[in-house]
Design a protein around this ligand. Structure first.
Ligand code: SF4
Ligand code: SF4
Length: 317
């Protein structure tokens, strides 16, 4: 039993139901951000094949799933992205894509915003600050300006203004701190982006930096590994346990392997404890009551108000 399991319960953490399938379409990305838990970059070649996407579509015919959440890397840069989204839309699924915004400006992506709108894909977009210096420091030179250009293009299509076209923004801290209060930060984002650029969005989601992937390397270089780990542990909030995203979803890796979450995917820790671990062997009943694979990185999800791909888990610490 690891330190996290010791903290939460005598018997470990269990899934409650599966509302969401999150698919990681690959580690290829046009950016190389220093907070990336997947360590995605233009040099990574892993991409989900059509074969695995088709297996997922086959599974979806047999189960009831509220949301299909597409992540990466840059999901829209997977060559099968449009075919997959079209098939999901045709089958009537609610689709969400996690976009880094700048991918929408890449060659051959010029009509991607219109494609996303046509297929009613909800968007969750990374913008870790409303200030240019901070975004470029985390995500690379020129990323802020491109992100603003993409946001304006999305707003012009109705994203962030039409309730049918959600455009959520994602904040994560610039370093080894916990995120600021989500509702307060959302008000700051709303004011600043509106005044500077006339940009509107649906909601802001704050997500803690996980001490894995490229952010782990940053912590190591700054000699902050120990202090950040302690900060997460000391900020443990038991009220987050019932809401942890791994209890309501399954994550599918680019090779079809199944994980409790995208963080476990990044760490190469597939589902275990007897649960089927590949999309080809998907068994809803077994997976919906599986024991979750945990580690000390899980303290990143339980610190303060908690953290998930949908933002904070609770409003009280
Ligand atoms: S954080 Fe997002 S945009 Fe940045 S490298 Fe990772 S996947 Fe790409
Ligand atoms: S990292 Fe978070 S979401 Fe993943 S298994 Fe741990 S607690 Fe659950």
């Amino acid at each position: 039993m690891n330190e996290f399991d010791n903290q939460i319960t005598d018997s470990g953490l269990y899934s409650l139901q599966i509302d969401t399938l999150q698919l990681n379409l690959g580690a290829y990305c046009n950016q190389e951000c220093n907070h990336c838990h997947i360590s995605a970059s233009p040099h990574r070649t892993e991409l989900m094949s059509w074969h695995i996407m088709q297996s997922t579509l086959d599974v979806l015919e047999k189960i009831d799933c509220k949301l299909i959440d597409l992540t990466g890397g840059a999901p829209e840069l997977n060559p099968n992205f449009r075919r997959f989204v079209s098939a999901l839309h045709k089958a009537g699924h609610n689709i969400q894509e996690r976009t880094n915004l700048t991918a929408l400006l890449e060659p051959a992506m010029q009509d991607m915003p219109e494609f996303l709108k046509k297929h009613q894909v909800a968007l969750t977009a990374s913008l870790p600050c409303y200030l240019e210096t901070n975004v470029n420091a985390q995500r690379g030179s020129g990323v802020y300006a491109k992100s603003i250009t993409a946001l304006k293009k999305l707003n012009a299509l109705g994203y962030g203004t039409d309730p049918e076209l959600p455009l959520n923004l994602v904040y994560n801290p610039g370093g080894a701190q916990l995120p600021a209060e989500q509702s307060k930060l959302e008000a700051d984002y709303r004011r600043e982006l509106s005044e500077r650029f006339g940009i509107t969005f649906s909601h802001l989601l704050t997500i803690a930096n996980m001490p894995i992937g490229r952010f782990k390397t940053v912590l190591y270089r700054k000699n902050e590994t120990e202090s950040y780990g302690q900060r997460l542990k000391k900020s443990f909030n038991p009220k987050t346990i019932d809401k942890l995203m791994c209890r309501y979803q399954i994550s599918i890796g680019w090779d079809g392997s199944l994980y409790d979450c995208d963080f476990n995917l990044a760490l190469g820790m597939p589902v275990n404890h007897g649960a089927p671990d590949h999309i080809k062997r998907f068994d809803y009943t077994a997976l919906a009551k599986r024991k979750i694979v945990t580690g000390n990185h899980c303290f990143g999800c339980t610190a303060g108000c908690g953290s998930s791909c949908a933002g904070v888990l609770v409003t009280v610490t």
